[in-house]
Design a protein around this ligand. Structure first.
Ligand SMILES: [Zn+2]
Length: 424
């Protein structure tokens, strides 16, 4: 289905796409619980209301808040190195963890196996991997393997010279060990010399307390009580302005809402726009939202279009969560609108679409630069996730595709929408 020329030109001439994007970046990294995150929620509520003409429903998300009181990494000679505590990491005992470092290279399961005997009581050192790739081993899995092996601490080295790396530890309470993101140069200084392991001290003091954030929901009804959900997460990491991940997705969703708002009353299905929060903490905001849906409400959601990191490369991929019929539908829409779209079928639990997919709701993530080690997306979670990586034409292209998909999905027959629900 080809996007109507009036809608396409609305997107092409929308001056707010890039100014919204810049305004979201201006809020800073937007770590859940920070002032920047709260400012961003108010900003998106305001921009969304302007785009749609309606006020958002604010849904509270209760989560265990976590903050850092003190963090340091010291080498054996006392030198302090830059570090960034992984979200929700456990604190170190008073005085810190001083131990030898076991370099596990990448930190794949076989690396942990090979070094099993050395790990108890020592610090595990692994490498961060390109997140948007088929064979990625997620940092939280490496953290879990280190905890299970009896390690006393966890270090993960980033991909970017001179820069630390951020991310969530994925820790499940109450166990866990202190975990820090470090620069590749620091990892090099922690290498064994002539078979003798380096030692390091991790100092990490944290505070935890129950906290509340908000998801923002805008319901634009169609002619039936069925919905297409269009979503993006607002929160990020303090290490940068979280521009690609995910100011890009939020700005594109705002522009899509602005473009489609006057049309939706003529569509078969309505458009439910959700700005999720606390995504970076194990997809908490969307988990909370999906858990609150009744079986009937889940059935009324035909498709979830989740935009997460949609600029930083001109190449877009849909991660279709095992829903085999989605690929041909999405590629058909892309082709009709002169863009190309790659499909990656296996479920990837790397953004909010995963919680819907796990509940049986057809859901995919639109992402740029998938499986491309050279794309700017490799800078996500580092200090280089900045606005200069997001080109206006890439963000506009992603917006156009999201609008075309949302419009097509809102108008397919019920039989076609039902066919999406079959999993491989
Ligand atoms: Zn993201």
């Amino acid at each position: 289905m080809r996007l109507e020329p009036t809608l396409a030109s609305r997107i092409d001439s929308d001056p707010l796409l890039m100014s919204d994007f810049a305004a979201i970046c201006d809020c800073g990294g937007r770590l859940a619980g920070s002032d920047g995150e709260r400012r961003a929620v108010e900003l998106v509520a305001r921009l969304g209301e302007k785009a749609s003409g309606i006020a958002p429903r604010r849904e509270p998300v209760r989560y265990q808040g976590w903050s850092v009181l003190h963090a340091a990494l010291r080498l054996a000679d006392g030198t302090a190195c830059d570090c960034y505590p992984l979200l929700f990491s456990a604190p170190a005992p008073a005085g810190g963890v001083s131990a030898e470092v076991v370099d596990l290279g990448r930190g794949a399961p076989e690396d942990f196996d090979r070094h099993k005997a050395e790990l108890p009581g020592r610090i595990a050192l692994v490498r961060h991997e390109l997140m948007f790739a088929a064979g990625t081993i997620h940092r939280s899995r490496k953290y879990r393997m280190a905890v299970e092996a009896g390690a006393a601490g966890f270090l993960i080295a980033g991909p970017l010279a001179g820069a630390v790396v951020a991310g969530s530890s994925g820790r499940a309470e109450p166990d866990g060990i202190p975990a820090l993101g470090i620069a590749p140069e620091t990892a090099a200084r922690l290498a064994s010399v002539q078979g003798k392991r380096a030692t390091a001290r991790i100092e990490l003091d944290t505070a935890e307390a129950p906290a509340v954030a908000e998801n923002l929901v805008f319901d634009l009804p169609g002619k039936t009580d069925e919905w297409v959900v269009l979503s993006a997460h607002i929160d990020g990491h303090e290490v940068s302005e979280s521009a690609m991940d995910n100011a890009s997705g939020v700005a594109a969703v705002l522009a899509a809402m602005r473009t489609l708002a006057p049309e939706i009353c003529h569509f078969r299905r309505g458009l439910r726009v959700i700005f999720f929060n606390v995504e970076e903490w194990a997809l908490t905001g969307s988990a909370h939202y999906v858990a609150g849906l009744s079986a009937a409400e889940r059935e009324r959601i035909s498709l979830v279009v989740n935009l997460d990191s949609v600029a930083g490369s001109p190449h877009l991929t849909a991660l279709t969560s095992g829903f085999a019929a989605l690929g041909p539908f999405l590629q058909g829409v892309a082709e009709d609108n002169g863009s190309s779209l790659a499909i990656h079928l296996p479920l990837m639990q790397n953004s909010d679409h995963a919680n819907f997919a796990c509940a049986g709701i057809p859901a995919f993530r639109l992402v740029a630069g998938f499986d491309d080690g050279q794309a700017d997306l490799r800078h996500v979670l580092t200090p280089a996730d900045t606005r200069d990586k997001v080109k206006a034409d890439e963000l506009r292209q992603a917006t156009r595709l999201a609008v075309a998909i949302a419009e097509a999905a809102a108008n397919v027959t019920q039989a076609e929408a039902l066919s999406w629900r079959n999993r491989v």
